[in-house]
Write a protein that binds this ligand. Structure first.
Ligand code: CUA
Length: 329
């Protein structure tokens, strides 16, 4: 009877664990090991749950008191064999989980000798990415099936980089360089989430990882690199696009439609209201967005753009100033 209850509970729990889609789709090599640890742990949990449930249900049913039975139960004191068993078995199980996890994490940490290194900067409340040729972007572009090592820095407080489909998390720690190896195995767009409570904007500290075929990645990175070294207008447009400025701002030269921040077509008017020359105002609004706030707009622009490399910042300012002047003829 006891065994029967255990088998039934175990089967039901296994069905819930196995047939419901608890895990996000697998999109990196490293995820396989993480899933292995997950399933081993789940298996152990299901077995223990079935055992405990079986003993509990059986005892409640078998040893329940008769309605008119007011006597004390039999005095039982200790059971050496049982105590040794419930100490030794969990110890072995925990050691197994620990050893498997250690092996998986050690293997997942290997970035491969010629991994693509991308610098990740975390700051309240945005991510920024810098590729080996100097191109920067607000979303993370990755080539398919290539070893990538992310080098994470935090400029203010603790943040944590997590793409559920890639499996692993890594903290970004102020004053320290941490790393995370990823080998993407599936083309697609995946959410990047900050998983360390880092302040009021923690919930919106999100971005996207875009995994693309190697050829597309290579042509993107080369093209953007060329543009950065090209004429200032082109470089500025590239920075504007890669940093996702258009997601929040209207700017006709870039054909962007964002509504969250003030329209950049109106930069001249805004500079006049702020009482500053156009170029200085534009630069300040990028590196220190809270210095002047346009009425009726929330103070939500990330401060991360202050870390743009100088030449990219210059190009962006030039692009915005020229564009705003053209708009107003
Ligand atoms: Cu950054 Cu939470």
């Amino acid at each position: 009877m006891l065994v029967l209850i255990g088998v039934v509970v175990g089967a039901l729990t296994t069905a819930v664990a196995y047939f419901l889609p608890w895990l996000p789709e697998q999109a990196s090599e490293q995820r396989e090991g993480i899933d292995l640890v997950f399933w081993i742990t789940t298996g152990i949990c299901v077995a223990i749950f079935a055992l405990v449930s079986a003993v509990l249900i059986y005892s409640v049913w078998k040893f329940r008191a008769k309605p008119d039975d007011d006597t004390d139960g039999p005095p039982i004191h200790g059971n050496a064999a049982l105590e040794v068993a419930w100490t030794a078995v969990p110890t072995v199980l925990v050691v197994i989980i620990g050893v498997v996890s250690a092996i998986v994490l050690a293997r997942n940490d290997r970035g491969g000798p010629d991994a693509l290194r991308i610098q990740v900067t975390a700051q309240q409340f945005a991510w920024n990415f810098k590729y080996p040729n100097g191109v920067t972007s607000a979303t993370l572009n990755l080539p398919l099936d290539r070893d990538v090592v992310l080098q994470l820095r935090a400029l203010d407080v603790l943040h944590s980089f997590f793409v559920p489909q890639f499996g692993q998390k890594q903290d970004a720690v102020p004053g320290e360089l941490t790393k995370l190896a990823i080998t993407p195995t599936k083309v697609g767009e995946y959410p990047i989430e900050c998983t360390e409570l880092c302040g009021l904007g923690h919930a919106v500290m999100r971005s996207q990882a875009v995994v693309m075929p190697v050829a597309r990645y290579e042509s993107w990175i080369r093209r953007e690199g060329r543009r950065l070294r090209g004429p200032p207008g082109e470089a500025g447009a590239a920075v504007f696009r890669n940093q996702g400025c258009g997601g929040c701002h209207i700017f006709d030269p870039a054909d962007s439609q964002g509504q969250i921040g003030p329209s950049l077509n109106e930069l001249e008017k805004q500079a006049r209201r702020a009482g500053k020359p156009l170029e200085a105002f534009t630069r300040e609004s990028i590196v220190q967005p809270e210095a002047y706030l346009e009425p009726d707009y929330p103070n939500v622009m990330p401060k991360t753009y202050a870390q743009l490399p100088d030449d990219q910042l210059d190009a962006l300012v030039q692009y915005l100033v020229d564009g705003a002047r053209d708009e107003n003829g």
